[in-house]
Ligand binder design. Structure first.
Ligand SMILES: Cc1cc2nc3c(=O)[nH]c(=O)nc-3n(C[C@H](O)[C@H](O)[C@H](O)COP(=O)(O)OP(=O)(O)OC[C@H]3O[C@@H](n4cnc5c(N)ncnc54)[C@H](O)[C@@H]3O)c2cc1C
Length: 395
């Protein structure tokens, strides 16, 4: 197995890191502390970073994109996460519907220009107040009424939900058929207005997260994908629910790579600090117990990175990565919590100083194990793949 980046990828990483260190790192702490980004701010950051391939770099070259692989995009997400993981997550989520825009003529006609200009913020809404880990328990409904559909229900913890222009909302179209009767409603905020409430988190403060309230929302017929749809990159037909579950392989691998970025941020800051900070007449990096903690952080970061890029490599090869993405997500997101926590410990009081990035790494890391299936859910997926026994019925 070869996980070496190509020379082109290495060059891109070098250039993007230089830019992020200069333009983003100095503002990350202060802006993140102020809370959710506005739509205008998010679009501003997208436009600033688009020349490197953020947001729409995976769009095909024929549409003006860079045709980047998933692995190249993951590398970019890792680099931005290393300086400001909340922004990295917000920009990644904003591109949720870009693949659909490229693939489906109806959406290409409507949205391609805005995607290529960095001006279409999208997101995906599955979770509901009473349907978290058990997404199949969702109650949001979508009912056909003549030439349109009517959407009713609440979605919660929706990333970029307060700023998105277009949302992919999972709903039940045929209640008698459970998730087999599911549909994706592509809801355009401008033409299908709905209420929302911003949710505030201990970490990822600038990353918008909202509860959404759909009450008799009218959705045009060509914005509802029901029955079976082709998705997952393998040409298989799936229900809307199954298609969103298949997409979890990418979503989980993205959470993993965000975790790798946080790990690397904590490692880099710690190495720098232990060489400079002196106690008992010598740099604390000279103490064996400090070196042991630094070594543990590096081992965790390396393992997280290898597991994560293994998953991305399989996805780029067009293979299923159910097991690999769950392993990567569980490991890398928990590693981020462990590594960031060690960084706080090694920084002493400085580690909890609000004017220092270290505490942000830990607060941000704490969010990572939750979305796209908690660590417990990933372990149940791993268990099912290993044992052939389902501990829960969802996928
Ligand atoms: C920052 C953030 C962003 C998010 N973004 C989105 C988004 O964009 N779109 C979206 O649809 N959702 C999003 N979510 C929601 C997320 O997917 C859910 O929070 C997650 O699936 C867990 O659901 P829950 O919070 O309701 O926890 P619960 O499901 O209530 O779980 C509570 C605890 O019980 C455990 N548990 C549950 N079931 C089992 C089981 N069978 N075995 C063992 N343990 C179990 C869990 O692991 C957890 O520890 C986001 C959440 C966060 C925090």
């Amino acid at each position: 197995m070869d996980f070496e980046f190509t020379d082109e990828q290495k060059q891109l990483r070098k250039e993007v890191r230089q830019f992020l260190e200069k333009e983003i790192a100095p503002i990350a702490d202060e802006r993140d502390a102020k809370g959710a980004l506005s739509r205008q701010e998010l679009v501003g950051y997208i436009k600033m970073l688009m020349p490197f391939g953020y947001y729409n770099g995976m769009m095909p070259e024929e549409f003006g994109g860079k045709g980047y692989s998933n692995t190249t995009m993951a590398m970019l997400i890792e680099e931005l996460s290393r300086v400001w993981s909340g922004l990295s997550a917000a920009i990644w989520i904003a591109s949720t519907l870009n693949g659909m825009v490229a693939a489906l003529p109806v959406f290409r006609k409507k949205y391609l220009e805005r995607v290529m200009a960095g001006e279409l913020i999208s997101c995906g809404a599955i979770t509901e107040p009473d349907a978290g880990s058990n997404a199949a328990a969702m109650r949001t409904t979508i009912v056909r009424k003549g030439d349109h559909w009517v959407l009713n229900g609440n979605k919660t913890w929706i990333s970029d939900g307060s700023v998105a222009d277009v949302l992919n909302v999972l709903a039940i179209a045929d209640p008698g058929d459970g998730t087999m009767g599911s549909a994706m409603a592509i809801v355009e905020r401008a033409t299908t207005p709905f209420e929302h409430r911003e949710l505030h988190k201990i970490g990822w403060r600038a990353f918008p997260t909202a509860e959404l309230f759909f009450k008799d929302c009218r959705v045009p017929d060509d914005h509802v994908l029901s029955g079976t749809i082709s998705s997952g990159g393998d040409g298989r037909s799936r229900t809307a629910y199954e298609a969103m579950m298949a997409d979890f392989e990418k979503a989980r691998s993205t959470m993993a790579v965000l975790g790798v970025g946080v790990c690397q941020a904590a490692v880099d800051a710690t190495i720098d600090y232990v060489k400079k900070r002196e106690q008992f007449g010598r740099p604390i990096g000279g103490f064996q117990m400090i070196q042991e903690m630094v070594a543990d952080m590096i081992m965790d970061t390396d393992a997280a990175r290898f597991l994560t890029y293994r998953a991305w490599q399989r996805i780029d090869e067009g293979k299923r990565a159910r097991l690999e993405s769950s392993i990567a997500k569980a490991y890398a997101c928990e590693a981020a919590v462990r590594v960031a926590s060690r960084a706080v410990e090694i920084h002493g009081a400085m580690g909890i100083d609000e004017n220092h990035s270290i505490h942000r790494y830990l607060r941000d890391a704490r969010s990572l194990p939750i979305p796209d299936g908690t660590t417990q859910i990933q372990k149940l997926v791993i268990g099912r793949e290993a044992l052939g026994i389902r501990a829960f019925h969802q996928e």
